[in-house]
Design a protein around this ligand. Structure first.
Ligand code: ZN
Ligand code: ZN
Length: 611
């Protein structure tokens, strides 16, 4: 699912202020806080602090859009849609000063006096500001990642989103094109130390950017009813745009040749120090990067052991009389390949997903797992043409400024596949894995989380929601559903689930191993293919993604591990008074906040109400 489009809610829990008062900075949650320290806070201080925080966050967001108009367009805030900031030193200085000034203002508010909703927003904004300052001062990807500079995305959204009449959108586009030459000029000045990998990515993407203007936008302008004057201005700006983008492409091509021959070119790996910091700021975890890596490695071992047990048991059912391979992982792979032939027909792909949602809802209700709200049903539909990049299925949530829109489950039919491609895809999303996918994307995964967080909206969480919590929840629900008996503990379903889960675990291992430990491509492919049972095409794509991004690939495993662990700790603390549904409902009530913050907000409260 897309991040930054989720809606949080906050539950009015009893004694909320007491709970909020036990929050302390961005430390990993500890559960031994006492409530004696907060007795002194008086009602007036509390009200003043909450008011001050609300004013702060409102004014911060408004100014944030002014500085980041393109990001605004992505989330449906179009007020500054005609502004393209030039990424020069002046802009960078202005942004940094803004973040520093805002952080100082935020730090003047005492988070211990805030309501749970405001307190979690406080930590999210603090993290956002610290992250912005750190990126600018330490990570400095603007100096080494040429793919940071690409104007296509926002122009594409303006062109394809019907938020105002086409002529007005085209006029906005023409106005916004004015800064394109200065934009690419600044980009070249900033890029003092590009990596080859990111240079190649930028080259690939910039070719598409050129096409967007020359073809898609130019055709729309030509066939529009814009005035001759507008069209003339467009022609002039288009010529300047083409020149700027082509100039950038030529520059990148020369750079790529130079970097290929260089022995001192910057590595795409960010290394241990930056990685640790980036993990801390991006993921907002109770674990350090090292701890998380160690956890993933041991979890991989556990999952392998479970898979061996299942595959051993299934072997005679499918390979009666045939000798088992010596290598246990090879045996697992054989069983997986064999049972993957059970899948829906290609023409039934969309309809079978549609049919499954009510079945999942019925299971959740029958087993009393989570409160299911019926007032915003999920609409399963074929992915609209303009959104079809890849085959697959994903939740399309309304943006924070368009909250009344439907939540769609976009499923792309396999129309563009030849027989061989369709067969390979359907084997991957076979009878069993398709169910796990629907749990993850829809019920009780992303869609259900969204419905809960929608009950009380926080603009902060819908714009800066925590990715590890959002993805972690969806991954957590896969395991939770199977543990509660979904699919009647069918061994095939568990085996496929583990294969799917191994991908999440492997993502975390790979990311750290590549960025910190210098894992090579050959080693990475070997790990994915032989230890996580991935097809070569999938593994190659993942290698590429892991060389271009850092930390993001760990978010799924981190969030999942932390949610699962929180649940187990609460079980420990409450014994037979533990109630799964109440845990889920309360957990989801804080919206898309980082799991350590949710833990801080709910742990004592949950324990006290389940004594
Ligand atoms: Zn088949
Ligand atoms: Zn997801």
């Amino acid at each position: 699912m897309k991040l930054n489009t989720s809606f949080p809610k906050t539950l009015a829990i009893t004694a909320s202020i007491l709970v909020a008062a036990t929050l302390s900075a961005c430390q990993p949650a500890s559960n031994n806080s006492t409530s004696s320290e907060i007795v002194s806070a008086n009602a007036e201080d509390i009200s003043t602090a909450n008011k001050a925080f609300s004013q702060f966050s409102e004014s911060f967001i408004e100014q944030f859009w002014q500085l980041n108009p393109g990001y605004g367009v992505y989330v449906g805030f179009y007020k500054y849609d005609d502004v393209l900031p030039i990424p020069n030193a002046e802009t960078k200085q202005r942004d940094l000063a803004f973040y520093q000034q805002q952080l100082a203002m935020l730090n003047a508010i005492n988070p211990e006096l805030l309501s749970p909703s405001n307190a979690s927003d406080f930590y999210i904004l603090k993290n956002q500001l610290e992250s912005g300052i750190w990126s600018s001062n330490e990570l400095k990807s603007g100096q080494w990642n040429p793919s940071n500079y690409n104007v296509a995305g926002v122009f594409g959204v303006i062109l394809n989103t019907d938020y105002k009449p086409l002529n007005e959108r085209l006029q906005t586009i023409i106005k916004r094109m004015e800064n394109i030459p200065a934009y690419y000029k600044a980009a070249q000045q900033n890029l003092i130390n590009p990596t080859l990998t990111h240079t190649q990515l930028a080259l690939q993407q910039s070719a598409g950017t050129a096409g967007l203007f020359k073809t898609s936008i130019a055709e729309k302008v030509k066939s529009s009813s814009l005035s001759a004057q507008d069209k003339e201005l467009f022609a002039q700006r288009l010529a300047e745009t083409n020149k700027a983008i082509n100039g950038y492409i030529t520059w990148l091509e020369a750079k790529a040749v130079e970097l290929e021959q260089s022995t001192t070119a910057k590595d795409f790996r960010i290394g241990k120090d930056l990685y640790k910091q980036k993990f801390k700021l991006d993921i907002f975890s109770g674990y350090t990067a090292d701890e998380l890596f160690a956890k993933a490695v041991s979890e991989k071992k556990r999952v392998h052991q479970e898979m061996i047990k299942i595959a051993d048991k299934l072997w005679p059912k499918y390979f009666d009389g045939i000798e088992k391979p010596q290598d246990k992982l090879v045996m697992i792979k054989k069983v997986i390949d064999h049972i993957s032939v059970k899948h829906v027909k290609r023409d039934d792909f969309v309809s079978s997903i549609r049919e499954q949602i009510p079945e999942l809802e019925a299971f959740v209700l029958k087993h009393d797992l989570i409160t299911m709200d019926k007032d915003k049903p999920l609409v399963v539909r074929e992915t609209p043409e303009y959104q079809r990049g890849f085959a697959g299925a994903s939740i399309n949530a309304p943006g924070p400024y368009d909250a009344e829109a439907n939540t769609y489950y976009n499923v792309t039919p396999l129309d563009n596949f030849n027989d061989e491609q369709a067969e390979s895809y359907l084997r991957e999303y076979n009878h069993w894995l398709l169910q796990v996918l629907n749990i993850h994307e829809a019920v009780p995964g992303h869609y259900t989380q969204l419905v809960h967080s929608n009950k009380s909206k926080s603009l902060v969480k819908s714009i800066f929601g925590n990715g590890a919590m959002i993805e972690g929840w969806a991954v957590y629900t896969e395991r939770m559903m199977l543990e509660e008996g979904y699919g009647d503990n069918e061994p095939e379903l568990w085996l496929m689930y583990y294969k799917w889960n191994l991908r999440v675990i492997m993502n975390a291992i790979l990311d750290y191993s590549i960025q910190v430990n210098g894992l090579t491509e050959a080693e990475a492919l070997d790990m994915m293919i032989n230890q996580a049972f991935q097809e070569k095409s999938e593994a190659t794509g993942k290698w590429r993604r892991a060389t271009l991004s850092q930390v993001q690939l760990t978010s799924y495993f981190t969030g999942y591990s932390e949610i699962y662990q929180l649940r187990e700790e609460l079980k420990q603390a409450t014994g037979d008074k533990f109630n799964l549904k109440e845990f889920h409902d309360q957990f989801l009530s804080y919206g898309s906040a980082p799991v350590p913050i949710i833990k801080k907000l709910m742990f004592d409260d949950y324990v006290n109400s389940h004594k």
